[in-house]
Design a binder for this molecule. Structure first.
Ligand SMILES: Cc1cc2nc3c(=O)[nH]c(=O)nc-3n(C[C@H](O)[C@H](O)[C@H](O)COP(=O)(O)OP(=O)(O)OC[C@H]3O[C@@H](n4cnc5c(N)ncnc54)[C@H](O)[C@@H]3O)c2cc1C
Length: 407
């Protein structure tokens, strides 16, 4: 039977980043790390931008320190952001230059990010990655966790990390309770070509059925869209022939970039808020989507997950520096308190946005239009909102902190 210091279940962006952080930490070079994933290993590929994430400055700083950022060949930056409400005068704009930044965020291809993280992981001998692995059962003991694999192998882990996404098997095996609610929206994602140039501006229009985001890619006429709408409309949009879809999309985006045309496939994801009430038990801990999922309207899910793993790695590194146990209850509690508070704030903010823009009654519409336009004229308030979105405020892990924190 093989014993590892840390077993990470899940080789998505969170699991792979954690493996890298642990293997390159100041005091953790001698840790033995196993990463298990049920899916195939990430394959070297060009960025297709089918699934993208808007990453903030905190995530960029973290990935830079892990030497992964420069390898992401096309990570287009956006300098401006425009948010408005369809059929009202509510509008707000953010400009990186006005706020003293080079960019407000970066659009990263999810699969390319995974592939580059994996390429770095493969250079580190203390990480052993296994793909296409099925875990049958997890037995949590007071000292170690026992993992039984479907092929009959057994593994022992001093610390087990559940980085296995929204429907976490680890969370279920450990019976860690979750709170959840259905956002009653599905997100349709696709790449589109537009007649007008996007001018490196991320745009989001709030429609009566939900937000439609247009995220600028490296080509000035290509955008990735996240169209959150009712499950019924999402199914209809998915089934529409391309010319009809293009028509609906152009109308929904107020033709802000002229006529829009679909490039490639469409995919739909149901949207659910999930929040683990307990993030650890015995020697097992949850990170990223395994611990929380939020509405994609502010593009913060992956950013939040990357900060979880940076926080956990920082605390583990401190344990090792002090020759303390790897999975000490006190440390795991500290991690839980730290990251739960950040996740809760984000969940609350998403709810405020979603409910705030949900009502089609005349008075709430007027109030939010006035509120948004007023905010647009208040530079200090705008700076505060952006500092949070950029990952320049809050209790950041050390590796993600800016040299000078701007509040
Ligand atoms: C439509 C949409 C748009 C989004 N846009 C943004 C955005 O702009 N910005 C942003 O920050 N976030 C965004 N997000 C959120 C972001 O995509 C997720 O937060 C992020 O991908 C989660 O990463 P993860 O590593 O936790 O989980 P995942 O990426 O789900 O990875 C989990 C891994 O675990 C493996 N796994 C699962 N079960 C098992 C098992 N039983 N055994 C072994 N392995 C297992 C899987 O194969 C997978 O590799 C968006 C989400 C959606 C749905």
């Amino acid at each position: 039977m093989q014993t590892s210091d840390v077993v990470i279940v899940g080789g998505g962006s969170a699991g792979l980043t954690l493996a890298l952080l642990l293997a390159t930490g100041e005091h953790s070079q001698h840790l033995s790390i196993q990463l298990l994933d049920q899916g195939p290993a990430p394959l070297p590929q060009q960025a297709h931008f089918q699934r993208v994430s808007a990453l903030n400055l905190a995530s960029k700083r973290l990935l830079e320190k892990l030497a992964v950022w420069p390898q992401l060949t096309a990570n287009p930056a956006y300098q401006r952001m425009e948010v408005w409400e369809a059929d009202s005068f509510a509008r707000i704009q953010f400009d990186a230059a006005e706020l003293g930044h080079d960019a407000l965020g970066f659009i990263v291809d999810n699969e390319q990010l995974r592939q580059q993280l994996y390429a770095r992981v493969q250079q580190l001998p203390q990480i052993n990655c296994r793909f296409a692995v099925k875990i049958k059962e997890i037995n949590a003991g007071d000292e170690q966790n026992l993992l039984q694999l479907a092929d009959g192998q057994m593994l022992l882990a001093k610390l087990l990390v559940g980085a296995d996404g929204a429907n976490s098997f680890v969370r279920q095996q450990l019976q860690l309770p979750i709170a959840f609610w259905d956002y009653e929206q599905h997100a349709l994602v696709a790449t589109i070509r537009t007649v007008e140039s996007h001018q490196q501006t991320a745009r989001q229009v709030f429609l009566p059925t939900g937000p439609l985001a247009l995220l600028p890619l490296a080509d000035p006429h290509l955008c990735s869209i996240v169209w959150s709408t009712s499950p019924e409309q999402a199914a209809t949009l998915l089934a529409l022939d391309t010319p009809s879809f293009n028509q609906q999309l152009t109308a929904a985006s107020n033709a802000v970039l002229g006529v829009a045309e679909l490039v490639g496939d469409r995919a739909v994801y149901p949207l659910t808020m999930r929040y683990a009430k307990q993030w650890f038990r015995q020697q097992t801990v949850l990170v990223a989507d395994a611990a929380h999922t939020i509405h994609p309207l502010a593009g913060q899910g992956m950013n939040l997950g990357l900060m979880d793993v940076a926080a956990l790695a920082e605390l583990i590194n401190r344990q090792l520096a002090g020759h303390l146990p790897l999975a000490e209850h006190r440390m795991l509690r500290q991690y839980e308190r730290w990251r739960k508070s950040e996740a809760q704030q984000m969940i609350a903010a998403m709810e405020l946005f979603k409910r705030g823009f949900g009502s089609q009654l005349k008075l709430p519409k007027l109030v939010r239009a006035v509120g948004m336009n007023l905010t647009n004229q208040l530079p200090l308030l705008k700076e505060k909102i952006m500092a949070a979105a950029l990952g320049n405020s809050g209790d950041l892990p050390q590796l993600a902190r800016p040299d000078v924190i701007k509040l």
